[in-house]
Design a protein. Structure first.
Length: 126
């Protein structure tokens, strides 16, 4: 588990994801895709929420994968379906969540207004 509070923390979060991915049989390309997705997640926590943490683990079911769970204490996302679209942003390019979906195999977002957001990513190891 790694905390995430400032935008600089995205480097540490990406490095952790990279190191974790490399400890599996995942290809170098897939490891980098995972690291990039985690960097975007961490950037969202630092910019749109207050603080949060990222947890990584390996699971074998339904197939071998790395699961990333990112929990933050922030305002939450009013319209998750809308936020997932490219170009939807409060202050940036709005490409983060769309890119995350293209970089990993599964994304689920649970958000409660005024409480925070939990984003779960799964990337198959092969
Ligand atoms: N953890 C979060 N908490 C609250 N709102 C969020 C969170 N993550 C994303 N959002 C909302 O969803 C919108 C879309 O996120 P996305 O990452 O796609 O774009 P962005 O962060 O605004 O810009 P970019 O990632 O391209 O720099 C954000 O502008 C923000 O309003
Ligand atoms: Mg973003």
């Amino acid at each position: 588990v790694l905390g995430c509070k400032s935008t600089a923390d995205r480097f540490a979060c990406a490095a952790l994801a990279r190191a974790f991915g490399r400890s599996t049989e995942m290809s170098v390309l897939r490891v980098e895709e995972l690291a990039l997705a985690v960097a975007e997640l961490a950037s969202n926590v630092a910019r749109h929420a207050v603080e949060g943490e990222i947890e990584l683990r390996r699971l074998e079911r339904p197939r071998a994968h790395v699961e990333i769970v990112c929990r933050d204490r922030g305002p939450g996302i009013a319209d998750v379906e809308l936020a997932r679209r490219d170009g939807v942003s409060c202050d940036g390019l709005g490409l983060g969540l769309g890119a995350i979906e293209r970089l990993v195999d599964e994304v689920s977002i649970e958000s409660t207004l005024g409480v925070g957001t939990i984003v779960t990513l799964r990337k198959w190891i092969r």
